[in-house]
Design a protein around this ligand. Sequence first.
Ligand code: MN
Length: 304
Amino acid sequence: MTSPHTHAHDHPHDHSHAHGTHDTAGTSTRKVTRTVRGMPASDGDGVKMLRVLGQPQLQNLDPFLMLDAFGSDSASDYIGGFPDHPHRGFETVTYMLAGRMQHKDNQGNSGDLGPGSVQWMTAGRGLIHSEMPLQESGRMAGFQLWVNLPAKDKMCAPRYQDIPADQVPVVKGDNGSIVNVLAGTYEGATGPINGVATQPSYLDVSLPAGKDFEFAVPEDHTVFAYVFEGEVVFGDDETMVKQSHLVVLSGGTLVKAHTHDEAGRFILLAGKPFKEPIVQHGPFVMNTVEEIRQAMMDYQAGKF
Ligand code: MN
């Protein structure tokens, strides 16, 4: 899908900021208020990844609870996969860049995830599932994001949105930018994910060297970006962000990014915060300690 009125235009190397952070239309550009480097970690049965969110430097970013970035050409880094484990009280979102995984739960649901596909799983009151590689060699890369549910929805029935790559709109800008729209609306293209409490935007943005990107976001949404290739500059104050770093983008209605001499690629997430208490114990994320105890009892009693 190509938009005739893209904002992703050519970007010369003289960055003019005559309007400061507020332009005449009353929009204001989000500023980088936090930079966090992904931390090497291992989860499941020895799967190596970078834990970007949900680590000591940044526990969570309401409504986002965790972000893992995985990417390896070596089967030993991913072959163990994530055998059976439970979830309750939130949503897990898997976006594949390369390789194939199979997700299977104890309620008869199963889905194969290939390159460019996304699975948005609303765990709700709970399920037990496995996430296992469907390959024994070659590259495996992607992201798993955990998104919170509001208190009123934590015990909802589980729901799956399994989206193959060909249902994810790709917006190609005149400047060579490529934006995959997983959720939300960019340049008139709306992503396939729907009915999510956080009203999320989830974009995968590739910019050639020396190009611009803009995206309007609701003022009350939490917004962050994670650069996973090259380097990208965010905001009006020229904050250069290198590969494997997350930036929190605060206070405004417009996300602005551009590249300098190198190309760059990042995911951009926006979502409505719940401002509710978060009590997390491994794969259970509830509002109170008592609800966590109940989740553990229900799991041990085989009620998932
Ligand atoms: Mn899981």
